[in-house]
Design a protein around this ligand. Sequence first.
Ligand SMILES: [Zn+2]
Length: 244
Amino acid sequence: MFNGAPVLFESKSFSGLATWLGKKIEFRPDGDAFSALAGVNLNRAPGRYPLALGDETVDITVIRRVYASSTITVPQKFVEPPKEVQAQIDEEVAIKQNVFNSSGPNRLWHGPFVAPANNPCTSSFGLRRIYNGRTQNVHQGLDYTAALGTQVTAANSGRVEIARDMYFEGGFIVIDHGESIFTLYMHLSEFLVREGVGIDKGDPIAKSGSSGRVTGPHLHFAVRWQGDYLEPSTLLGLWRSGRA
Ligand SMILES: [Zn+2]
């Protein structure tokens, strides 16, 4: 396990609430065992951290993963947004925050998370990016090469909480999978779902595009758990080695 990693904790015998890195997680029935999906913040220092399961504590080792950096050039309005769009950006931040704070306690996801497109990935999670030689931030998702109009599907079951255009994200979908786990899809050209609808894993939700802060057409896919963005490709592989 490394900084930025999602993790699927599994136990043969423990169910109920546990504590990990100061956050509450819940082990729930999953096949013939119990599981809880969690993660490690990108900036977490390496070390051993306790997973508290009732009276019992298990030490978990977090190792350091080093992420690369790159430079990128986008239209200047995405590095220094004009004054007249600031109110819009503020409003969008509030909408997102409200959604991210309102995930229900029920588990809506089930089994493996699946890739939202059958395309190769170009840019990975955790990359430190310098925009136009100035603004710096961390790439919080995974980019899929996707020609305009490529079908985008839901990574797991849940509820569509956001399906609208936003300044930086462009065409933007957020799915709540319950337990404060969200997947995000950006730069879309067309919505195939509306806000408020329930969807199943693999359902078509949108067509990809090149809207928002982009250098060209692609799909940006992100995973958020209890306020932390986690590495999507690791999440998609969590079930590959063991039982599904
Ligand atoms: Zn991206």
